[in-house]
Design a protein around this ligand. Sequence first.
Ligand code: TMP
Length: 203
Amino acid sequence: MTTRGRFITIEGGEGTGKSTLITALRAQRLLADAVFTREPGGSAGAEEIRGLLVTGEPDRWDAITELLLLNAARRDHVCRTIEPALSGGSHVICDRYVDSTRAYQGLRDVSGDLIETIHKQTVAVDPDLTIILDAPAEIGLARAATRHGPDRFERMGIDFHTDLRAAFLRIASNSPERCIVVDATQSPDAVVAAVMSSLEARL
Ligand code: TMP
């Protein structure tokens, strides 16, 4: 029987270095056969929904519509990409997942209960390990601004992003067995080394 792969998610606020980290993880021997994917997106249908979520004005969607769009994208992604890979024995590394919903949409006008209920009833696949990249909002937004024009979420303002950082740290302290917080103000090499030592211990 094939051993199920492990599901690892990488989370954090804007400009915390997720993309740099993921590029470095792709080059690691330990992860040579892993499937790398991202949210919102990661399947053809979910990538189309991503376009609706990341473009336009910050108030383009009301909070519950946004939650439903994210979950529609997530269900397609899980059914078509994540679950087949895990059942086939591959590890999956996903750039953002349900903790981003808990953190971002949890700061909007949506109850935590609704977020959990929709997740349990429509997706119900949870990560085995979550890396949370942590940096002050000012540093993250400044880094993100150098990459491209701000996307819809980056334009939500500094207070939103400060609360977002606190929300990710709360998630980590509520699930200490699953989440590892990594200081994203360190050099990229130090971040990769910290993440690889957590992964080596678990894979
Ligand atoms: P990215 O910046 O990692 O590409 O993600 C796109 C944006 O989508 C990012 O600003 C965070 C946002 N997002 C949510 O608000 N909720 C979610 O559940 C996910 C996966 C992403």
